[in-house]
Design a protein around this ligand. Sequence first.
Ligand SMILES: [Zn+2]
Length: 297
Amino acid sequence: MNVEEALGKRGEKSYGFIEVGSTSVNTYRIPVVVIAGKKPGKTVGFLGGTHGTEYASIEGLIRTTRELDPSEMSGNVIAVTVLNGPHFEHRSAFLSPIDQLNQNRQFPGDPEGTLSKRTAYVVFQEVISRCDALADLHGGDIGEDIDSMVIAGGGGGEDVERMAIDMARCFPTEYVSQLPASVSGLTMTAQKEYGIPCVTSEAGTPYPVRERHIQFHYEGVKTFSSTSKCFLVNRRWPRLLLTPRVTGSKHRTLVSGTVSTSWGQESRRVIWLVRSLTCSGTSLRAMWLLRMLRSRS
Ligand SMILES: [Zn+2]
């Protein structure tokens, strides 16, 4: 697929593949859906299967790409539904079975590197560099079970960081952590590299794949698409509103407010932004924070 050409087909949805590289016996490619809105506008990128066993995120993204109607859209979506094909097919834990690398530590990639590095390079060049915002959908890998959180990107300036946090609020999450700008190698490196706001949603476990985790990603992508008025307009979809109250210090910020979720429930939510988290400890620390917040309420 030529992504640029597909973006030029106003009001059309295009499915195809981008070739990444080949070995002596196989050719590797990534599946791409380009949804070019009838009216021009900004472009949003969604990535699924950066870790191929995080199935709830993949399914949530596939459902959204099926539903999006380009005839009602202003702006575009580029979605890679399964970024890490070898990981997806072989159900290997954390690492690619081809080169034993963690795909989400290889960005912005290397065209001369092994498959994970080449994949990262192609995704950055062909997809992410054309986007005005990016959401990378994740969850627990084999042996993990993450019950819903969002990480907002760090770096790119205050305005971009604020946009990333606004994007994170589109997911029905109880808290958001912010990735330190110093962390590199993730898809969210695009926030520093290109100055585009990035988020990573985290929900699910490979076995069993739970409907509520699929819904978490699905609702987030839908809400983000409908509420980000600078990106897309699709009023059929409900909105999620958060009026935050922000307090805290340079290193941690407590945000609380009333969330109206897209399925109509209203509840008091607390979002904790922890700037000092390390990448590897993010999920565990966030789980701990949630338990602590619940025990206080
Ligand atoms: Zn992941």
